[in-house]
Design a protein around this ligand. Structure first.
Ligand SMILES: Cc1ncc(COP(=O)(O)O)c(C=O)c1O
Length: 370
């Protein structure tokens, strides 16, 4: 079966893991620090905090925003479940907005449609790594958390995605553009004091340990100062080491993703019955995390591909349609995408043969034209 998502790891990643193990150091340490330094450099921001998942980074990011209990956070319905769960866990109510049919991103207009007097913040998502049009959203005047989990290599108006929001969040899970198994991270370019707090929260809310705080001969260095209640979100140096190797390979892996994306565009745009995705605008950069098409008879096409050994999926089943959130408004574009959207395989370990096979199989599928 050809997988729909994936990453590419090789010798460098294995060497990094082996290095951690041979140093007898698996926990958070020097490799974590180095990965954070490089990510901060890449994102052109003073500091980057690595945590154990993008999901937890979203929760941590919302906590940093100090949103009033019971207030509302607007987010697109077409996103991963962690986005809404993080809002709930932060003591707020998720309010879903629609997305643009062509970009699959929320817009200032879709957000405006659901603003209320309880709105406290906005969460945007760079779907597939296509930068959301952030400036008109920032102009709405609310704090913004940007889920750039698909967008580690994306630029909005020449600036790394995540940097212009109050908090930017990234995922490094096993299939992301920069994959470390499980991991995530956050930045807050304009609130460096939030980053200091985030670093304390990541380790159960412990401030300086006795060892760090002691000014009198390091006495009782085992005592620590618990600043606020929080859970543990520490990464491991094993994962961070994989991250260092993936960081070095990012450019090459991104080239491969873009090449496949371009071939799909070239070939599938010609096929009647398929709506292909839009690329980034001039001055922006896409991360090509996934390739999203819109088709009639989506379910039949997905089954046809499955039977031919090609796995496809829909990211995401719109959250507002999930009973847990008790959301009773209709969001027509998300609902349309729920019937027509399909993510087909895109990742750097696809071979040229895989890509040709996927294209030929899609072209041979009569349900697309029906
Ligand atoms: C848009 C989006 N946000 C958040 C996450 C959560 O990231 P993680 O898997 O690292 O927890 C994902 C993961 O797939 C995602 O796609």
């Amino acid at each position: 079966m050809i997988n729909v998502f994936g990453s590419r790891v090789g010798r460098k990643e294995i060497e990094e893991v082996s290095d951690s193990l041979s140093k007898q150091w698996m926990g958070m340490g020097a490799k974590t620090k180095e990965f954070e330094r490089r990510m901060a450099e890449k994102l052109d921001t003073p500091s980057f905090l690595l945590v154990d998942s993008g999901s937890n980074a979203l929760y941590l990011g919302l906590k940093l925003m100090n949103l009033p209990e019971g207030s509302e956070v607007i987010l697109p319905s077409l996103t991963w479940v962690s986005c809404a769960q993080a809002v709930l866990l932060a003591g707020c109510r998720p309010v879903f907005c629609d997305v643009d049919i062509n970009t699959q991103n929320c817009t200032a207009d879709t957000i405006k449609a659901v603003i209320s007097d309880k709105t406290a913040a906005i969460m945007v998502v760079d779907y597939a790594g296509l930068p959301v049009d952030l400036d008109p959203i920032l102009e709405l005047g609310y704090p913004v958390i940007e889920d750039a989990c698909h967008a580690v290599d994306s630029l909005y108006k020449g600036v790394p995605c995540g940097k212009s929001a109050d908090v930017g969040v990234y995922s490094f899970d096993a299939v992301k553009n920069l994959a470390i198994g499980e991991g995530g991270g956050l930045i807050s370019d304009r609130h460096q004091d939030w980053m200091e707090r985030a670093s304390v929260l990541r380790y159960c809310g412990i401030g300086k340990s006795g060892f760090e705080a002691s000014t009198h001969g390091k006495e009782r260095w085992w005592e620590y100062n618990i600043v606020e209640p929080f859970i543990k979100m520490c990464p491991s140096d094993v994962a961070a080491g994989i991250g260092l190797a993936q960081y070095d390979n990012l450019e090459e892996n991104q080239k491969r993703r873009k090449k496949i994306w371009d071939i799909y565009q070239e070939e599938l745009t010609k096929v009647a019955g398929i709506d292909t995705p839009v690329d980034a605008k001039e001055g922006d950069r896409h991360s090509y995390f996934t390739y999203f098409i819109r088709i009639k008879n989506r379910d039949k096409v997905a089954k046809y591909l499955f039977d031919k050994g090609i796995y496809s999926t829909l990211r995401y089943h719109p959250l507002h349609m999930n009973a847990l959130y008790k959301f009773n408004k209709s969001l027509p574009v998300c609902e349309e995408l729920n019937e027509t959207g399909l993510n087909i395989p895109l990742h750097p370990s696809l071979s040229d043969r895989d890509v040709d096979y996927i294209i030929e199989t899609i072209k041979s599928c009569e349900f697309i034209r029906a």
